[in-house]
Design a protein. Structure first.
Length: 189
């Protein structure tokens, strides 16, 4: 009964989850990476950390239901109980959601419900707000709408650039996500 992380790109949050689970000896293992892009850096990270991974490319399937069914079959094969989205750039459809309701969490780089969607950090920076942050939430049918589990604020300072703000947010993500995921899977939320 393990955790699957879903990632599409860099995978720095995946890395921080693996590093913490190894360092802290989590009860529940990170048993699988699911990646939808063959060239994602997240795959290299899985190889380096010796975490099993499956690259499942949606372009190889006739439709989203069949793509997601392949993911569900893979999750069953690896006896996955918890799904942790970490930069997975697709909307979870009902084929995955129905069998895993309440068992999927996501991390988003803003204080939801402000700045949902793919460009949250840039939109907060150009708005400009003085405080943004990080949200960890359950997944439901909507986009960035599920019940909120944890949030942490990050200040946007006068001398911040977009790059420095991104850096501050990622540092909070890398600390907060492993802590929350561990509590969640160990039943201590
Ligand atoms: C993170 O900022 C996360 O909040 C968002 O996508 C980004 C993924 O970054 N959902 P990485 O691939 O973990 O480096």
């Amino acid at each position: 009964m393990g955790i699957a992380v879903f990632a599409s790109g860099n995978g720095s949050n995946f890395q921080s989850l693996i590093d913490c689970s190894n360092k802290e000896n989590w009860e529940v293992p990170i048993s699988l990476l699911i990646c939808d892009r063959p060239n994602a850096k997240a795959i290299e990270r899985a190889q380096a950390a010796k975490v099993p991974y499956r690259c499942i490319n949606p372009h190889d399937f006739a439709d989203k239901v069949r793509y997601e069914q392949e993911i569900v079959n893979t999750l069953e094969e690896y006896q996955i109980k918890w799904i942790v989205l970490a930069g997975y750039m697709r909307i979870i459809g009902e084929t995955i959601l129905n069998p895993f309701i309440g068992k999927i969490v996501n991390i988003h780089p803003s204080l939801l419900p402000a700045f949902p969607g793919k460009h949250a950090i840039e939109e907060a920076f150009t708005y400009p707000v003085k405080i943004t942050g990080v949200t960890i939430h359950f997944i439901d049918e909507g986009i960035d709408t599920g019940p909120i589990i944890a949030q942490e604020a990050v200040s946007v300072d006068p001398d911040d650039t977009l790059a420095s703000l991104e850096d501050k947010i990622h540092r909070v993500e890398h600390r907060l996500y492993p802590k929350i995921v561990r509590s969640w899977v160990e039943g201590k939320l």
